[in-house]
Design a protein around this ligand. Structure first.
Ligand code: GLN
Ligand code: ZN
Length: 758
């Protein structure tokens, strides 16, 4: 018996084949047939990976050319009006990416992951109509290859929960419109085979769920489960506990319930109900969100614990989430330290884990063949070896974390700011930028050639310095007041620091889909973090030596470093954050000792790390704020600390932002006028703020007049003494042709406003 299950498999391809073909297609270099061909090839390959590994429940319809939420909109016929005249792939990609006449649909993060989905736009004008083609076709495609799949669907409640109404009103009002489409779909599916399993994903159930939402579950799943007699419906949730919804689901005629036991122990409290209901439990015990090798002894103990309540015959062993959130295969990691590599497991390796775990759990060790016994032993050894490895333990770091005495900087803000203003002498409405300047082709290739050893250190450094010179000269010329060096030496704001910290690892091919064809390669924290030597001081000092103006140094904060990495699972995130914070505080100290007067510690991903459930928020805020405060605790009173955050909704976290105690914060508000600023005023926020006054995410060049208007709107809310003027994020993805006129206009706008004020 081997009952095992994979929620979903990554689709971009181990060599990012889907990315390549999509981008060639978008660039009109190949036609759509080429895309279809690669897609079929990938689907086939991924199905066979799972089949060959001995996976029983393999998905179809987990593949997508862009995004599965977008696929669901197509399935329902939820097509915004502006796309009405388009069809097939032209329609699909226009919805995802826009075209000359039409803006793309909005894209946003899927729960607390770095995967982005296309936000459905709903309105009463919509005319929902089933389009089951993709779903049916994919099932048949697998079947023709001899693989019977379970069919993955995004559930109706989650779909609506992820949508927005463009005509105002509540998305859930449309449940009665889309449920019949889901029913019709299930009836179509039921014709495909004698019996069929359908996995309906409802991750929305793990968020704080109110009674109104809870009350939708039973009627919906009563209907869906009765839509066709030969379909077994499994409702899965993941990323957190879904105990409230599970309780309700137990009273519906669905066949199985999938729970994530990795991200939450709370799900264990639902076991009794599941047992009573007689439903099958899809037990998510292999981590779909992280890259560590499963610890078989721990997982078997967990499964035994589950089996105390739920009959063994009713348990299926599963990944905790779709494997979409981890890279493909360790095969391509040729440069990684062999010890460390042996502690990891990507998607393909997780298939083996699921397969072996299910044999161990259901049939016992004795039933394994010699090869499998060896694999089991290797797993036990690797985990032991990791636990005891000198690579991950650093006594000095542990000692330092235990004995932190300085948890925050000295001096009250009200005193510090007076000192800083008198020493730095910047004007009201001081102008600055967020850090990076355009990453030109030359800068990128110099960096990559240096990395490959094709460029000597001297030549490389000279090129970077040249670029810094250009940035400094430009900023002086346009008349910016607080300058930056431009960040040409940084490929990525987290990777750059990770590469210089001990305890950090990097993959060669660890790509994870972020959105559409875009992938990211997050670094991973495997051991205690320390900083062998200064990381930014030389570059910033060089830049400062080139100007009489103030050079603002750029660091990435501990919470962002953590949130954009795979994190070790043998220590709490809070503790890892403290370790990083200490390393950053050393850097802050070295910078100020080198004569740098303003230091920006970016926390771009601070909001992203927020837990999905309310009861966990307080503890996150506590350790995240603590870590930030420690990271700047070394700053002298006269050293001005800036921070920057990318997202825009501060209403529920304003007190937390305040507690970070930065002297200046720059935020992304360009697209919302002064609305977002109001909350700062409401709570009596004292520190200085740079609300981005233009949107850098678009190539558009903002005019002087509109920026004057924008600044004046800000002044309606906050006094000029409290305001800085800057773009809303780093400029690295823009072109110089856009950046130059935009910043010139920004400076001009500030001049005009200042004159008017005087
Ligand atoms: N300092 C970084 C930059 O300008 C900040 C980037 C970010 O907020 N994502 O690129
Ligand atoms: Zn930003």
């Amino acid at each position: 018996m081997s009952k095992n299950y994979v929620i979903g498999f990554p689709r971009i391809g181990e060599q990012r084949e889907l990315k390549s073909v999509l981008e060639s297609y978008w660039a009109h270099k190949v036609d759509f047939d080429a895309v279809k061909e690669v897609a079929s090839e990938l689907k086939k390959r991924h199905w066979f990976y799972q089949k060959d590994a001995g996976i029983e429940f393999i998905s179809s319809n987990d593949f997508s050319l862009y995004d599965t939420v977008l696929d669901t909109s197509i399935m329902l016929g939820a097509i915004p009006k502006r796309f009405a005249s388009l069809k097939d792939e032209t329609l699909y990609f226009a919805m995802a990416r826009g075209d000359k006449e039409r803006v793309a649909m909005e894209m946003t993060k899927y729960f607390n992951t770095n995967y982005h989905y296309i936000v459905p736009e709903l309105s009463t004008a919509d005319n929902y109509k089933l389009n089951a083609a993709k779903i049916l076709k994919e099932y048949k495609e697998a079947k023709a290859l001899g693989i019977t799949t379970k069919i993955n669907l995004i559930g109706p409640i989650t779909y609506l929960g992820l949508s927005k109404r463009i005509d105002g009103g509540d998305c859930y009002e449309f449940l009665h419109k889309i449920l019949p489409i889901y029913e019709e779909l299930l009836q179509e599916i039921s014709k495909l085979d004698e019996t069929i399993t359908v996995q309906i994903e409802e991750p929305i159930f793990v968020k704080d769920i109110n009674t109104a939402l809870l009350s939708l579950i039973k009627p919906s799943y009563d209907r869906l489960a009765n839509a066709a007699a030969n379909i077994n419906i499994i409702v899965t949730s993941y990323f957190e506990s879904s105990h409230e919804a599970t309780k309700v689901l137990c009273n519906t005629p669905i066949w199985g319930i999938g729970l994530d036991f990795i991200s939450s122990d709370e799900n264990l409290n639902s076991l009794e109900l599941i047992q009573k209901s007689g439903k099958t439990l899809i037990a998510g015990v292999v981590d779909g969100r992280n890259i560590w090798k499963n610890d078989f002894s721990k997982t078997l103990a967990l499964l035994e614990r589950i089996a105390k309540t739920v009959d063994k015959e009713k348990i299926i062993i599963s990944s905790s989430t779709s494997l979409l959130h981890v890279p493909f295969s360790l095969e391509y990691e040729e440069k990684m330290d062999a010890n460390i590599k042996n502690w990891l497991s990507y998607a393909k390796e997780k298939l083996q884990e699921l397969s072996l775990l299910s044999k161990l759990f259901f049939d016992g060790f004795e039933a394994l063949d010699a090869q499998e016994q060896k694999e089991y032993q290797e797993n036990i050894n690797a985990n032991k070896q990791r636990e005891n490895s000198p690579l991950i333990h650093n006594e000095k770091v542990l000692h330092r974390v235990k004995n932190i005495t300085k948890f925050e900087r000295s001096g009250l803000y009200s005193e510090r700011i007076k000192l800083q203003k008198s020493l730095l002498g910047y004007e009201d409405l001081a102008t600055t930028t967020i850090g990076s300047f355009p990453q030109t082709q030359e800068v990128r290739s110099a960096r990559s050639e240096y990395k490959k050893g094709l460029l000597s250190q001297k030549v490389y450094e000279d090129e970077m310095k040249n670029y810094i010179d250009t940035c400094v000269a430009f900023q002086e010329e346009v008349g910016l007041e607080v300058l930056v060096h431009g960040e040409p030496e940084r490929n990525d704001m987290v990777e750059y620091f990770g590469e210089q910290l001990d305890g950090y690892g990097f993959s060669q091919n660890g790509w994870v889909q972020s959105y559409g064809s875009r992938c990211v390669k997050p670094p991973f924290i495997y051991g205690d973090i320390s900083r062998p030597k200064p990381m930014t001081v030389d570059w910033i000092s060089y830049a400062q030596s080139k100007t009489q103006k103030i050079m603002k140094a750029m660091l990435t904060g501990p919470v962002t470093i953590l949130n954009w990495s795979f994190v070790r699972d043998d220590k709490s995130r809070a503790e890892v954050a403290q370790q990083i914070a200490l390393a950053i505080s050393d850097e802050v100290n070295d910078l100020q000792n080198a004569g740098i007067k303003i230091i920006q510690v970016d926390e771009a991903a601070f909001k992203e790390g927020y837990p999905l459930r309310k009861e966990k928020i307080a503890s996150y805020e506590k350790w995240a704020v603590d870590a930030f405060r420690v990271s700047v605790s070394s700053a002298h009173e006269q050293t001005q600390i800036h921070t920057h955050m990318c997202y825009s909704d501060f209403n529920d976290i304003i007190k937390t932002i305040e507690a970070m105690d930065a002297d200046v914060i720059s935020i992304e508000t360009a697209r919302s006028g002064n609305k977002l600023l109001k909350i700062f005023k409401e709570v009596g926020y004292k520190q200085e703020i740079g609300p981005g006054i233009y949107d850098i995410h678009s190539p558009r060049i903002p005019s002087v007049a509109e920026m004057v208007e924008q600044i004046e709107k800000l002044l309606e809310v906050l006094p000029k003494e409290q305001l800085w003027i800057n773009p809303d994020c780093g400029l690295k993805t823009r072109k110089w042709e856009e950046v130059k006129p935009s910043l010139l206009n920004m400076i001009e706008a500030v001049k005009i406003v200042r004159e008017k004020q005087a």
